[in-house]
Design a binder for this molecule. Structure first.
Ligand code: AMP
Length: 293
């Protein structure tokens, strides 16, 4: 496994590999790796000749009062996991290499007629500038790696929609691969931030996935009163978590909130448990009803 810190060296190496006909799978991460990340790596392995993982805590996607400084950076442990997973290249750049002094180009999304877009709803509403930071770093990393396929987790559902759109609108010609959320045995979505939780908070946090699973179960058993379901879920979750930022049931592509049933939906939550901000979601796909007769 090669560890590369310089963007130029990485780009040169990746171009050399592409010229040799190697297909490159890329998994961008912020490190503090868990089984969710490793599931993306395993899939990238199955579908490509080479796997590249980036470990980069991207400052531009954190707000001024967020946990950028505190974010865990267990580099040696991450490397051990990646070596074990037989990753070919680890890209571990210093912040200055990705954002050289005086850099000014970024990637952002234009608002739609109604003033909102994919990046100003849900998490974007509570984390101004977050998706501009995500889109910018992802675009930079894609340019450096030149991957054939990229792997993202459904855990960060809004991010997957934003990155998909970036690939499409900028004609990047990269295949986007969506991987399911990996959960702990009891249902809690794996996250690098779970390590902030003390045992009592860990128990509180469990209510997030429980609530989302309840919504999915209700819809799958035929409950079509989406607005009412959402209200009940909010009432329930508010009893347990410390600050609910949103619980929305939305269209999987436009992220527009839904008050009526449709065959494909996503329910998403963002909330604080203690000082830790957690997000989770479930994708709900109902089978089309057969026409009677
Ligand atoms: P992060 O390091 O949190 O930026 O995540 C890097 C990638 O891993 C993103 O595509 C995430 O969506 C994905 N990821 C994080 N947690 C999970 C999980 N529990 N299951 C699946 N993918 C995940």
């Amino acid at each position: 496994m090669k560890i590369i810190r310089s963007p130029e060296v990485l780009q040169r190496e990746m171009r050399r590999q592409s010229r040799r006909g190697r297909e490159i799978g890329f998994v961008p991460t912020m490190g503090a790796l868990h089984d969710g990340h490793l599931a993306l790596v395993r899939r990238a392995h199955r579908e490509n000749d080479l796997v590249v993982v980036s470990l980069f805590v991207n400052p531009t996607q954190f707000g001024p009062k967020e946990d950028f400084k505190r974010y865990p950076r267990p580099f040696r442990e991450d490397c051990r996991k990646l070596r074990w997973a037989k990753v070919d290249y680890v890209f571990y750049p210093p912040v200055k290499a990705i954002y050289p002094e005086g850099d000014s180009a970024y990637v952002d999304f234009a608002p739609r007629e109604n003033g909102v877009d994919l990046t100003h709803v849900l998490c974007g509403k509570f984390r101004p500038g977050h998706f501009r930071g995500v889109a910018t770093v992802v675009a930079k990393l894609f340019c450096l790696v030149g991957p054939d396929r990229v792997y993202f987790g459904a855990k960060d559902y809004q991010q997957t929609v934003v990155v998909r759109r970036l690939i499409r609108d900028l004609h990047l010609g990269i295949k986007f691969c969506l991987c399911p959320t990996v959960r702990e045995k009891d249902g809690l979505a794996m996250s690098s931030r779970n390590r902030y939780l003390d045992p009592a908070e860990r128990r509180q946090a469990l209510e997030i996935s429980k609530t989302l699973f309840w919504i999915r179960k209700e819809i799958l058993r035929g409950n079509r009163q989406i607005a009412r379901l959402r209200r009940r879920a909010i009432q329930n979750l508010r009893k347990t978590v410390d600050r609910l930022q949103y619980l929305e049931i939305v269209d999987p592509e436009s992220l527009s909130p839904l008050s009526r049933f449709q065959p494909s939906m996503v329910a998403l939550v963002a909330c604080y448990v203690g000082k830790t901000r957690l997000i989770d979601n479930v994708i709900i796909k109902t089978r089309p009803r057969r026409n009677p007769g």
